[in-house]
Design a protein around this ligand. Structure first.
Ligand code: NAG
Ligand code: CA
Ligand code: ZN
Length: 600
């Protein structure tokens, strides 16, 4: 019944959108992509969340800050000095939430505070290059006009009850952080005081951070930790034979995982449970066991149901291998403990520990999909892989590497953007880009040579070579016609993601054309090949970009990442690639520009 209601509500919403679209303001929702997101949550509740727009400036070789001349000034001091001067706020309003250091660039992520209380949706991020100059600054600080000091009149207990009721889930006291008080900036400039607490519903697959008004007990905003992949199913067509299984010896990268994949330095397992990942079906204790000969060998049978014991084990082993491998690759390129990654033991290298990724294979909660929830640094990322019932026997998402990589990338992008809060890819446009990065990294891992073929996602699970997106990713505009301006006609995050992923596909092709391809890029970040350059800029830009980026601000972060790491050597290559699909100089509000800066 609940499912029916939900379905009905979404149909209704679709009809309303359609009606609006035929009226005088066809693209009215467009401007709101960058600051809003409308969500249907819980029982008959629709919440429109507001994120003040992030301003974003990048400074190429960098600009001085007030403490530039002071050799002993810390990143924290320099950040407070820069922001208080730049935004005309007092030092007390600038609270450093986290810092990270990635290959010569120091990042600080900042929360605006008022009366000593954080303003949840008012944040800033700043980056300093190796010469201690400011290279990027993003801010959604607000002018806090009406913030009279007020004690909450709703108790924490009542707020929990209200959040659970409204969002149809549970606050899990022994697992979730203690509720805290934060302000939520409203569009009219006022601040509302809220109890902040997490609410999860295992069956429905929801996991929210709820902002419960501390005076009215209304849920006034949510952070949605779940990135859902709602795969579109296409009519069945012919399919190429799939690539076969291989037996790999010691695939772990011991630079990224110093204790290997089965030890956290204290406990060593002989199962698909380790420092970065636990892969299981049903319960975290139901992991695939290593045989006495030290091998995880389970032969998958394509003609039998995925639920046979051997097939379940093969799925757990493959998911474990892929998530660990993505951990290791991303680690090499900057997604380390101090940059808010997912590990049980951080080996004293900073960041919050005890947050390895949990991977539930053949999760029974759903079908034909997969999802990834990214709570803040210090709480495990949660991946759920489902079966697909388009074929007979059913197919298992855990055996399609691009789906696993796509899901894991949600964890990377949600953690690196905004400094580990999990709060900074929440607007429609930023959420759409989240889907795009996930496809783009999945595609990156599958590249084998310097040729850049057209490529699809999800073709195995639906047994259709066309895959689950509307077009293959392609350098040919006739194969994939998506441009920046296409977003005007789109409402759904995966559709928006296709635009960004195809832009990145073209950026990738340009860099590989300029610098070639290295087969060892996954473990050699020192490579100068184009695929390595691409992945550096990909991760560097995530840490540099503002909270809730747009396509133009994310593009600027790529250009700045190149200035930081390669002294701008790829500036024109990047601009030309972005401009080729409408994201050139001056592209704004989903209006294309094919211009590149003078000199390019
Ligand atoms: C996949 O599609 C092909 C072509 O339509 C079909 O012959 C084959 O039986 C399908 N495989 C499964 C497992 O459904
Ligand atoms: Ca962590
Ligand atoms: Zn996704």
């Amino acid at each position: 019944m609940a499912a029916f209601n939900k379905f009905f509500a979404s149909v209704l919403l679709a009809v309303l959108y359609a009606t609006t679209a035929t009226l005088a303001v066809p693209f009215a929702p467009d401007a709101k992509y960058t600051t809003h997101r409308v969500r249907n949550v819980g029982r008959d509740l629709q919440i429109e969340t507001y994120h003040p727009e992030s301003t974003y400036e990048t400074f190429g070789a960098g600009v001085e800050h007030a403490l530039s001349k002071r050799a002993d000034a810390t990143v924290e001091d320099a950040t407070v000095a820069y922001i208080s001067e730049k935004l005309g706020v007092s030092d007390d309003n600038v609270h450093i939430r986290s810092t990270s250091f990635i290959d010569g660039v120091s990042h600080a992520y900042v929360q605006q505070t008022v009366n000593g209380i954080p303003v949840a949706n008012a944040v800033a991020n700043i980056a300093f290059n190796s010469e201690n100059k400011v290279v990027a600054f993003g801010s959604s600080f607000v002018k806090a006009r009406s913030a009279k000091v007020s004690e909450p009149t709703v108790t924490v207990e009542d707020a929990i009850k209200a959040g659970e009721e409204a969002l149809n889930g549970k606050f899990v006291a022994d697992e979730f952080p203690e509720p805290s008080l934060e302000y939520v900036a409203q569009q009219d400039g006022s601040l509302k005081l809220a109890h902040v607490l997490q609410v999860r519903n295992e069956e429905a697959g929801t996991w929210y951070e709820a902002f419960v008004d501390a005076h009215t007990a209304d849920v006034i905003s949510v952070t949605d930790f779940v990135s859902k992949a709602t795969y579109r199913v296409l009519p069945i067509q012919k399919q190429d034979p799939r690539e076969g299984f291989e037996t790999l010896a010691d695939p772990q990268d011991t630079v990224a995982s110093p204790q290997g994949w089965h030890s956290d330095g204290t406990t060593t397992t002989t199962t698909t449970a380790g420092n970065n990942v636990v892969a299981y079906k049903g319960a975290t204790t139901a992991t695939a066991a290593q045989s006495s000969s030290g091998q995880f060998i389970y032969t998958q049978s394509a003609t039998q149901a995925p639920t046979t014991a051997a097939n379940v084990a093969a799925a757990k082993v493959n998911a474990f291998y892929i998530v660990n491998t993505v951990h290791d690759i991303a680690y090499r390129y900057g997604f380390t403990e101090a940059a808010f990654n997912f590990q049980t033991n951080n080996f004293g290298k900073g960041g919050r520990a005890n947050d390895r990724v949990t991977v539930s294979v053949q999760d029974s909660a759903s079908i034909n999909n997969a999802d990834f929830s990214t709570p803040p640094d210090g709480q495990s990322g949660r991946m759920r892989m489902f079966l697909w019932d388009i074929t007979n026997p059913q197919r298992d998402g855990s055996l399609e590497n691009d789906i696993i990589v796509h899901e894991m990338t949600h964890g990377i992008t949600n953690r690196l953007t905004g400094g580990g809060t999990g709060r900074c890819l929440q607007t429609t446009e930023a959420g759409g880009m989240g889907e795009g990065w996930s496809d783009a990294l999945a595609v990156w891992t599958e590249q084998k040579t310097s040729s850049v073929p057209d490529i699809t996602i999800g073709s195995y699970v639906i047994n259709d070579s066309a895959g689950i997106r509307s077009n293959p990713y392609s350098t040919s505009a006739s194969v994939n016609p998506l441009r920046y301006s296409t977003i005007r006609t789109l409402n759904e995050v995966h559709d928006i993601g296709e635009v960004w992923a195809n832009l990145l596909h073209n950026v990738y092709a340009s860099l590989v054309s300029a610098h070639g391809f290295a087969a060892d890029a996954k473990t050699n970040p020192a490579s100068t090949a184009g695929n390595s350059v691409f992945l550096h800029l990909f991760l560097d830009a995530l840490a540099l970009q503002p909270c809730n980026p747009t396509l133009p601000t994310a593009r600027d972060a790529w250009i700045q990442a190149d200035a930081n790491r390669y002294s701008g050597a790829n500036r024109c290559t990047l601009w030309r690639a972005f401009a080729s699909r409408g994201l050139g100089v001056g592209a704004a509000n989903h209006v294309d520009s094919t211009s590149v800066p003078s000199g390019c």
